[in-house]
Design a binder for this molecule. Structure first.
Ligand code: RIB
Ligand code: CA
Length: 313
């Protein structure tokens, strides 16, 4: 079966880094056409640098990295350095990346790649704020029929938010971009906190990653150890949720996940609940479903996949 053509749009970010490594480790299943970077966890100059660092770690400088939007569409950027560190990739001592950014803007790369593709052939995998993806749709609506699916990490359908009581970080960062994506009519698969908070890097799972040995294992263990401290302190959990890799794992092994089709809207006005993803879980609005909300995961199978793939790098 031919490898699935994908674009990962990201804001590395420690969990983004593991998602990128999972994709790099799976060239038979995923044809990673390019990585587009957006401001999110940290400002754009760091997210694009961090994407290039992880690309070098995986020896995949063949995959182009593009810089995209340096801020959300309307709101100011509120970064998450408290979670990912000032660099956005704290927890390990990195060399500066040598391979440069690709020329051109991330939004133009998404547009040009989709326009050149067959209908319903490109899968977009946004795992940060949706600014780049939304602006690609606004700039060139002609890309919509070219997109097979947008599988994104963001939102919270039935549980509280992680950046406000109502909103998850990626959607809260750019709710207006999220609205454009949610109203696009494209096949959407949402990996919100409902499922990612079930993917906890417990000490046993961390040990399995550490026991792989070698530079990749050492780097991932360092990153996740730094990353987990925030959620252990906040939630009293045994580890941190591995949000972004859920999107890539779904592409590799969809039977690890389950969910429900429903209508999802996003709040863009209220200062109290801005960024909330409002999922009509019981169909009370009568609105057609526009999104598959993933809320189940085989967490042991998920981590086994991550370990198996990291061993390949
Ligand atoms: O809420 C979790 C999301 O916000 C993840 O994508 C993480 O990397 C941050 O971007
Ligand atoms: Ca992210």
């Amino acid at each position: 079966m031919a490898a699935r053509p994908i674009i990962i749009d990201c804001d590395p970010g420690l969990d983004d880094a593991v998602a990128l490594l999972l994709a790099f480790a799976s060239p038979e299943e995923l044809d990673l056409l390019g990585i587009t970077c957006v401001a999110g966890n940290v400002p754009l100059d760091r997210t694009e640098r961090n994407a290039r660092i992880i690309r070098a770690l995986a020896w995949r400088d063949d995959v182009p990295v593009y810089a995209g939007c340096p801020r959300p569409m309307l709101r100011p950027l509120h970064a998450a350095e408290r979670v990912h560190g000032k660099s956005g990739l704290d927890g390990y001592d990195w060399d500066e990346p040598s391979a440069p950014l690709a020329d051109g803007h991330a939004v133009d790369f998404i547009v040009d790649t989709c326009l050149a593709a067959d209908d319903r052939s490109i899968t977009l995998c946004p795992i940060g704020p949706l600014t780049n993806v939304a602006l690609a749709i606004v700039k060139e609506p002609g890309i919509l029929p070219k997109i097979a699916e947008i599988a994104f990490m963001g939102g919270a359908a039935t549980i509280p938010g992680n950046v406000t009581p109502a909103a998850e970080f990626n959607i809260h960062a750019d709710p207006h971009a999220a609205r454009i994506v949610l109203e696009s009519g494209v096949k959407l698969t949402m990996f919100g906190l409902d499922v990612t908070h079930q993917a906890i890097t417990t000490p046993d799972r961390m040990a399995a990653i550490r026991d792989i040995g070698g530079p990749i294992s050492e780097a991932v263990t360092g990153m996740l150890t730094f990353y987990d401290r925030h959620d252990i302190e906040r939630y009293g959990a045994p580890g941190g949720p591995l949000h972004d890799p859920c999107v890539i794992a779904y592409l590799l092994q969809p039977d690890l996940f389950g969910g429900k089709d429903c209508h999802v809207a996003v709040e863009t006005e209220s200062e109290t609940t801005i960024g909330q993803t409002v999922a009509d879980w019981w169909g009370v609005t009568g609105k057609d479903a526009n999104c598959r909300v993933i809320n189940r995961i085989d967490a042991d199978g998920f981590y086994a996949l991550i370990v198996e793939r990291l061993k390949r790098l």
